[in-house]
Ligand binder design. Structure first.
Ligand code: NAP
Length: 245
């Protein structure tokens, strides 16, 4: 049976899932927050911009008569998963959260785990880092505004945050191990700051850090709403849609 699905997007998995579901005959509307100026093309319909909180999303869901909602926003999207949970429960729609597995440290890794971005500057101080690589997206840079160290910042969009000393490189994944090794050597990076996003597209920085013996300050994911059906990949999300509950 085909369904009309709202897909909360903003990740490579969401782009892939839109293609998979459209190929299977589903009617898919991908929703983007509008934070990226040139989003990747994708199958199905696309809408852009916030809904106005959980209440706005509930109104939209009622009006568009969706059959199911799949939340494939980034693991660090802190608000949308809660808005989806509240709105779907209110409207009575089945919902599912696509959340890829977290990265786990392996042999030779030097990870320092921190609860959130605010805890990173202290962790870098403890490590004695002076030239850290920030692969955290530009929206999280505010936590580093008072840091005296130099940073290398990588982001898709231009950096607008006020960091005292930094250089930026604009780039969109996936990234290669050779590319990351070259970047870290060229800028004499002494520590890597990463969000525990999981997946393969941005994993090369962790392998490069291991190879070079660099510490990684790993930021834990934000909490998720209780009671969500969680699937780990695109195939599992497609299979959930065959009997959503
Ligand atoms: P967030 O904290 O969960 O969302 C903030 C607000 O942005 C939401 O309340 C919602 O506004 C709007 N929004 C978020 N995702 C949306 C979507 N897919 N469609 C329509 N509106 C959306 O998320 P965020 O961290 O700001 O991330 C924004 C977008 O960037 C997400 O789509 C996420 O997948 C993507 N992204 C985030 C990260 C990250 O590290 N946070 C990394 C890569 C990609 P209303 O309340 O008005 O509806």
């Amino acid at each position: 049976m085909t369904s009309k699905v709202l897909l909360l997007a903003g990740t490579a998995d969401a782009t892939r899932l839109a293609g998979t579901l459209v190929d299977a005959g589903h009617r898919v509307t991908s929703s983007l927050a509008g934070v990226t100026s040139t989003p990747s093309p994708r199958a199905g319909e696309v809408r852009t911009g916030g809904f106005g909180g959980a209440a706005g999303l509930a109104t939209y869901l009622r009006g568009e008569r969706f059959d199911a909602v799949i939340d494939a926003t980034h693991p660090f999207a802190a608000r949308m998963p809660f808005n989806v949970a509240i709105a779907c429960d209110e409207v009575g729609l089945p919902r599912c959260r696509l959340l890829r597995p977290e990265w786990q440290p392996g042999d030779g890794d030097r990870w320092v785990d921190v609860e959130d971005m605010a805890a990173v500057p202290a962790a870098l101080d403890q490590l004695g880092s002076q030239r850290a690589f920030l692969a955290i997206g530009r929206q999280s840079l505010g936590s580093f505004a008072a840091c005296p160290q130099w940073f290398l910042v990588r982001s898709i969009e231009p950096v607008t945050a006020d960091l005292p000393r930094f250089e930026s490189v604009r780039s969109r994944g996936p990234f290669t191990l050779d590319g990351e090794l070259e970047l870290f050597r060229r800028f004499a990076i002494d520590a890597v700051v990463a969000k525990n996003a999981g997946g393969t597209a941005t994993e090369a920085k962790l392998v490069a850090a291991r190879r070079l013996g660099l510490p990684v300050v790993m930021v834990a994911r934000p909490r998720q709403p209780l009671g969500s059906t969680v699937v780990a990949d695109v195939a599992a999300a497609q299979s959930w849609l065959s009997s959503p509950a």
